[in-house]
Design a protein around this ligand. Structure first.
Ligand SMILES: [Zn+2]
Length: 299
């Protein structure tokens, strides 16, 4: 396949179109979640020789038995069994990481804990829903590799101006609430479960409200400074109620530290919480981000 123009991102081989798609994703990851994409040479397009090397690193010829992962593959008339826990590798010549027609694959990771490639994490769920906005297809969910995305039409030309106006969904402060999940304890208090952080038990509704006001104030400043927003707590009515078992699972799945107090299901009492106007905040942030993008293009 001579004549292909490759570009590189942290060693990952890409076409200009793939890089363009990932740049737009990266920009939104920074704005929405405060993290950035991390790539390496194994994560983009692989030449056939590289696919061979990775395959042979993880699979060994073996005439019987199915190995620790039950993963047996035939390649060039030889039976191979996977010995590595690093995941499956397609036989050379058949991988989407090699170019298949006009499609190739990328494996995504980011700079945060419990990142974009982790099944069920906040950012993984977000990208799974929005992949189409970045020209990506969330193909890896079909084989339990949440980090693996297909990129069709990899030879598309990159629009003039490179990082064009994102076709991403409008920046929404609501989207960043995905980073923290709020749940309620059996004594009626609220538990905040930030991704990767310690869980936090609010001792009263007033304390919860103070926290929300603080976060809103901090975000107001960060917005002026063009920094990523801190997680905004949702309105109290959107707090989920769940069993202690599910709640503890949730805490663990967020990579957060278990709350010292046991958490169990209760009903949500009526608490008068002033509403933050998230849409208004989101609009301000959008306008500011658009303005910055325009200024950058001018400069
Ligand atoms: Zn992959």
């Amino acid at each position: 396949m001579g004549g292909i123009e490759y570009v590189y991102w942290d060693g990952a081989r890409l076409t200009p179109w793939m890089k363009h798609c990932l740049e737009r994703l990266d920009a939104d990851l920074r704005r929405l979640f405060g993290v950035h994409l991390t790539l390496d040479s194994s994560k983009g397009i692989r030449l056939n020789s590289e696919q061979r090397a990775i395959f042979l690193d993880r699979y060994r010829p073996q005439s019987s038995g199915s190995g620790p992962f039950g993963d047996v593959r035939w390649w060039n008339g030889v039976r191979y069994v996977r010995r590595s826990g690093l995941g499956t590798v397609a036989q050379p010549g058949t991988s989407n990481h090699e170019i298949q027609g006009s499609t190739a694959a990328v494996d995504l990771a980011d700079s945060g804990g419990s990142g974009i490639g982790t099944m069920g994490s906040a950012r993984s769920n977000w990208l799974r829903r929005n992949a189409g906005n970045y020209g990506l297809v969330p193909e890896g969910f079909n084989f339990n590799e949440a980090w693996h995305y297909a990129v069709p039409n990899i030879f598309n030309p990159v629009p003039a101006g490179g990082l064009s106006k994102p076709e991403a969904p409008p920046l929404s402060a609501k989207a960043s609430t995905k980073m923290t999940i709020y749940a309620r304890r059996d004594d009626g208090l609220v538990v905040a479960i930030p991704e990767g952080g310690p869980t936090y038990n609010y001792q009263s509704a007033a304390e919860y409200n103070r926290h929300r006001e603080t976060v809103a104030a901090v975000n107001g400043q960060r917005q002026k400074d063009g920094q990523p927003l801190v997680t905004l707590p949702p309105v109290l009515g959107s707090i989920v109620t769940m069993t202690s078992e599910r709640l503890n699972d949730l805490i663990r799945s967020q990579g957060a530290v278990l709350s010292p107090a046991p958490v169990v299901k209760v009903e949500i009492p009526d608490v008068d919480v002033p509403e933050l106007n998230l849409d208004e905040i989101a609009k301000k942030v959008n306008d500011e981000a658009d303005k910055r993008a325009r200024d950058r293009l001018k400069g």
